[in-house]
Design a protein around this ligand. Structure first.
Ligand code: 13P
Ligand code: SF4
Length: 325
């Protein structure tokens, strides 16, 4: 077995960007990145998007290798939809607090206690939970999908209770909610937000629906990462108070350099950058390079799990054909 290279083996004079581009060609690879990745990773990616965009892209690409700059559940989606491709993730420890909050055995037990409910599950979960769900949703398409479900059909929504509560409010549908949260969106300080709004009365407050209700009630616009970027672009030039992971500011600033953005700190005592996702930020340019050279870490899934998870993801793609970027 060939020895895997580590960061210590990287020649410090190496032009990493150039090497990654060379390897990409050599391997026939595509680099997909989420908006919460560091700027340099977004810049080197072939495509940057939200969870729905990235799922569509992973399903459609004809590259032989998908290098996923995001978190593990996102790379798993790529493998579920494109099983014949090698799917690489720069750091296998890039998890997600929502995924951790919903272990598959407990989720299956919860489902079994409510046999008349269908399970609508946020894409931020493990492949095992996807396999035990009926329909997967993202923050871009959840509302459109719920509106297609017959009114008399009871729904279990997992694992994000804040997104679930927001969707219940938007659609008027009562749903049984799993008790999970995103540790990043759950911690914005309402006190600091109100101070920022007072100091910048003209700024528009925009938020991701993973934020709790007491934060969302201050927002003029709520949407997925791509919807927030679109809103900032369409309402430029302006000032914006942004309630989501700060990686998103890279594209927002690129689109409209004259816009002014304000970050909201986390709960009392935490720093401004404490709202950065610790999992997304595990990926670096060095690890991206290494995963391409080593062709590892690679996403693998048991075939029965993949096939079952594919059913709930296919259902999502089918029910959201009219949801645009
Ligand atoms: P979207 O990019 O789909 O809005 O989701 C954000 C997210 O939860 C990533 O962790
Ligand atoms: Fe998970 Fe939250 Fe990080 Fe997204 S931002 S990957 S939901 S912990």
């Amino acid at each position: 077995m060939t020895k895997l290279l580590t960061e210590k083996d990287i020649d410090p004079t190496l032009d990493l960007e150039a090497e990654i581009k060379r390897l990409k060609k050599e391997m026939n690879a595509v680099i997909l990145a989420h908006y919460y990745q560091d700027d340099d990773l977004q810049e080197i990616a072939d495509f940057v998007g939200d969870s729905l965009d990235l799922s569509r892209k992973a399903a459609a690409t004809d590259a032989e290798v998908i290098v996923f700059c995001g978190v593990k559940f996102m790379a798993e989606v790529a493998k579920i939809l494109s099983p014949q491709k090698l799917v690489l993730l720069p750091d296998m420890a890039a998890g997600c607090s929502l995924e951790t909050s919903c272990p598959a055995p407990e989720f299956k037990k919860f489902r079994a206690e409510h046999p008349d409910h269908i399970a609508l599950t946020y894409i931020n979960c493990s492949a095992d939970v996807k396999a035990a769900s009926d329909i997967i949703v993202t923050s871009s398409n959840a509302e459109a999908i719920i509106n297609q479900i017959p009114a008399n059909q009871p729904i279990i929504f997992s694992p994000d209770k804040h997104l679930g509560a927001y969707l219940s409010h938007k659609t008027g549908r009562e749903m049984l909610l799993w008790d999970g949260t995103c540790q990043v969106h759950d911690q914005f300080s309402e006190k600091e937000l109100v101070k920022l709004k007072t100091r910048h009365p003209k700024a528009k407050t925009i938020a991701h629906p993973e934020c709790p209700q007491h934060i969302l009630r201050h927002a003029e616009f709520v949407g997925s990462t791509s919807q927030l970027i679109k809103f900032a672009k369409e309402n430029a030039p302006n000032e914006f108070i942004v309630l989501t992971e700060p990686g998103i500011l890279h594209q927002m600033k690129k689109n409209n350099p004259d816009n002014i953005f304000y970050d909201v700190p986390g709960t009392e005592g935490s720093c401004v950058w404490c709202n950065a996702c610790p999992y997304m930020k595990l990926n670096t340019l060095e690890k991206l390079y290494l995963c391409m050279v080593n062709r590892s870490p690679e996403i693998t899934l048991p075939e029965p799990t993949r096939l079952k998870a594919k059913q709930s993801l296919d259902k999502m793609l089918e029910m959201s054909v009219n949801v645009n970027r």
